[in-house]
Design a protein around this ligand. Structure first.
Ligand code: AMP
Length: 301
């Protein structure tokens, strides 16, 4: 991979990179297609990164289907699929980690201690191996994109981070590899995450600025679904991720909710900077209507 990356650099090719954990879906593919449009060479990595999973989390059962992923990657014009082994990335004696402080203290960083340390460590390694000009991330994992951006700034890394809009199914559910864990009923229930965020957005549009009231509105809607259990609901500054009491400028409504045993995350930008345009500046979210309910592929046994 390093040799290939060096050749691309010498040839003055603009290298676009999309890091993923695989089990590709329409959310990933939208990111890849944008990279395809914007770069000479598109490199996709697939690596289920063990160090970003906590004890008792789903590292072992995380869905994997490299054959299908290869086909999908090819169909979207990926030039190189980088698919390292665990042992390649973390050989015995591995002991160096990258940790972004501050931004990782709250939200998913609080619920999943060590998660972002695992993410930034693997992304730093991938950047070092691939040396991309542009790396693409999804707004669905808003905190991850901000944390990686901070790492790049703080460590003077020579890569531009681009964050692309969340791709949703036609009922609003953010597409995720983990949606495959949901039963048919849970998959229907999962729509409550988006529904609650939409309600918060509507409330802000109607003039509500009190963050606590917005959180309670979101919580109220989620509580109507018995299979849903809130991990966190938070309204934060969209850049610093610090809690805010009033919506001003660009805020992020963000949440993590267990639907059955599956932990799902979602978020929505609330922008009051321009009166009458709450979501001004928010990248237009994309709906992918091809799938209805239920897993598209079953987990390979
Ligand atoms: P993952 O394989 O889940 O680690 O995701 C790889 C990249 O794809 C991350 O930058 C995610 O934020 C992005 N991504 C995953 N799901 C979506 C989605 N529904 N819409 C947009 N980007 C996504």
């Amino acid at each position: 991979m390093k040799t290939y990356a060096r050749i691309m650099k010498k040839g003055n090719k603009l290298v676009g990179f999309v890091p993923t954990m695989g089990y590709l879906h329409e959310g990933h593919l939208a990111v890849i297609r944008t990279a395809r449009k914007q770069s000479d060479v598109v490199i996709l990595s697939i690596f289920v990164n063990p160090i970003q999973f906590g004890p008792g989390e789903d590292f072992k059962k995380y869905p994997r289907d490299i054959r299908k992923d290869e086909e999908l990657a090819k169909s979207c014009g990926v030039d190189i699929l980088f698919y390292p082994d665990k042992e390649d990335m973390y050989p015995g004696g591995f002991s160096t980690y990258v940790n972004v402080e501050g931004l990782t203290d709250q939200l998913c960083g609080k619920s999943r201690p060590g998660h972002f340390r695992g993410v930034t460590t693997v992304v730093a390694k991938l950047f070092e191996i691939i040396k991309p000009d542009i790396a693409y991330f999804g707004q669905k994992d808003a905190q991850q994109a901000l944390v990686v951006g901070k790492m790049v700034d703080d460590l003077n890394m020579d890569v531009t981070i681009k964050t692309l809009p969340t791709v949703r199914d036609d009922d609003g559910v953010a597409i995720s590899s983990r949606n495959v864990y949901l039963s048919k009923t849970e998959r229907k229930d999962a729509a409550v995450l988006y529904k609650s965020l939409e309600a918060a957005h509507q409330a802000v549009e109607s003039g509500e600025r009190n963050a606590k009231k917005l959180v309670e509105r979101i919580r109220g809607i989620i509580s109507t679904v018995p299979s849903a259990k809130v991990d966190y609901i938070s309204i934060v500054d969209a850049r610093s991720l610090k809690g805010i009491s009033r919506i001003k400028g660009e805020a992020l409504a963000t949440l993590a909710v267990f639907v059955g045993k599956t932990r799902l995350i979602d978020n929505m930008i609330l922008n009051t900077a321009v009166p009458g345009a709450i979501r001004a500046g928010q990248p237009k979210e994309v709906r992918h209507a091809a799938k209805k309910y239920g897993p598209v592929r079953s987990i390979p046994q």
